[in-house]
Design a protein around this ligand. Structure first.
Ligand SMILES: [Zn+2]
Length: 379
């Protein structure tokens, strides 16, 4: 493999032959660090929106997760990347990384973790995906296949190949190879140890994933891109045995810092039921579940979005608009309230208001619904 890469490098004078910053292996770099960072920065806000939006309810949870992530990022093999760690408002247990160090974890995964070291295991694994250029490697393989050697020579002369950085609404897909997964586990444990965490937490984390691997929520989220396996548990055990024993677990710190998310969990069960009822067209049930959720957690914007949408469907337009307005006032950073209200304004002929809401929603996340509605808007 290395020999083959070197031959390609010899042919393509302008392609950057470089060592992988994490593994030290020789590779052909068609995507520069600047391009990686740019891709990550462009996609991150959209990706966060598309996955459920930032968890704005408890900013202390977000800053705690970010602090743990930054501690690990500093001891990684690419400490110079503009890392960011954010919590996403979604119950599906999930975590992901974009090129350039933009990393997210869902509140639905936070509630299953036992201690800070397990959180560190999740984040360190994602840091390796970014630091070791796993997404960039995949894109590069696609470029090799798609455009051939001549194309590569051209594309490396300054500008990026068109279509790579201009993804528009197409979000980066994360389907890592098995070797990328084991690299992320392996080097993630090294980063954990460097940052003072007990690497054993990467074993208990994989055991937890195994326990949940049959549940549909997990297979929809984390395991779509990071499959759990008995092999990964074993590999992490072997790796932990090679590393120094001990280190920080931080059970008390973790529980204290995420207490608000755990406390809110029963309310989110109503939210998930409300969304499910809505998608099954059981609108009165969706309204009932939203009401129950609002009674428990009245500051969560999403209850008003789903209740508004259900009312919208049964032609209670005015109260639907009130719910959307309430949702926007509680969380002005999330696109969906604007999108729903904008579509309803459009339906009821209030085009000026519709245009303003749909523009706001498209700025946060350029959905085809908003963009097509804006195009077709009467003047
Ligand atoms: Zn992974």
């Amino acid at each position: 493999m290395i020999k083959k890469i070197l031959i390609i490098c010899a042919f393509v004078a302008l392609a950057a032959c470089a060592r992988n910053p994490v593994t030290g292996e020789n590779e052909l770099h068609l995507i520069s660090q600047d391009q990686e960072v740019q891709m990550g920065e462009e996609q991150y806000p959209y990706m966060v929106q598309a996955q459920g939006g930032s968890y704005v309810l408890y900013p202390n949870v977000d800053s705690y997760v970010n602090a743990v992530g930054q501690k690990l990022a500093r001891v990684s093999d690419r400490p110079d990347l503009p890392y960011d760690f954010t919590v996403i408002n979604d119950s599906v247990p999930n975590a992901w990384a974009l090129p350039g160090g933009k990393i997210a974890i869902n509140r639905g995964l936070l509630v299953h973790l036992e201690n800070e070291a397990e959180l560190a295991a999740v984040l360190a694994h994602e840091i390796v995906h970014a630091a070791a250029r796993h997404t960039a490697q995949q894109l590069e393989q696609g470029m090799l296949i798609n455009i051939g050697i001549a194309g590569i020579a051209q594309s490396t002369q300054g500008t990026a190949p068109s279509g790579l950085l201009d993804m528009g609404g197409n979000l980066i897909q994360m389907n890592y190879s098995r070797s990328a997964e084991s690299e992320a586990d392996h080097y993630g444990m090294i980063y954990m140890q460097r940052a003072g965490y007990d690497p054993e937490a990467a074993v208990t984390l994989q055991e937890l994933f195994m326990k949940f691997s049959g549940s549909s929520a997990f297979s929809a989220g984390l395991f779509a891109s990071h499959p759990a396996s008995a092999q990964r548990v074993e590999d992490n055990k072997k790796m932990a045995a090679q590393l120094e024993k001990g280190g920080f677990l931080g059970e008390e710190q973790y529980k204290r810092n995420i207490a608000s998310v755990v406390e809110a969990e029963p309310a989110y069960e109503y939210l998930d039921k409300a969304f499910k009822a809505y998608s099954n067209k059981n609108y009165s049930e969706a309204i009932r579940y939203s009401d129950q959720g609002i009674a428990k957690l009245p500051i969560e914007a999403k209850f008003y979005i789903v209740r508004g949408a259900a009312k919208d469907r049964i032609n209670q337009n005015d109260t639907a608009k009130q719910d959307y307005t309430k949702a926007i006032s509680l969380d002005p950073t999330y696109y969906l309230g604007y999108l729903q209200r904008g579509m309803l304004y459009r339906e009821t002929g209030q085009y000026k208001k519709a245009k303003s809401d749909l523009t706001a929603s498209a700025r946060l996340l350029p959905t085809s619904t908003a963009i097509n509605a804006l195009k077709a808007m009467p003047r």
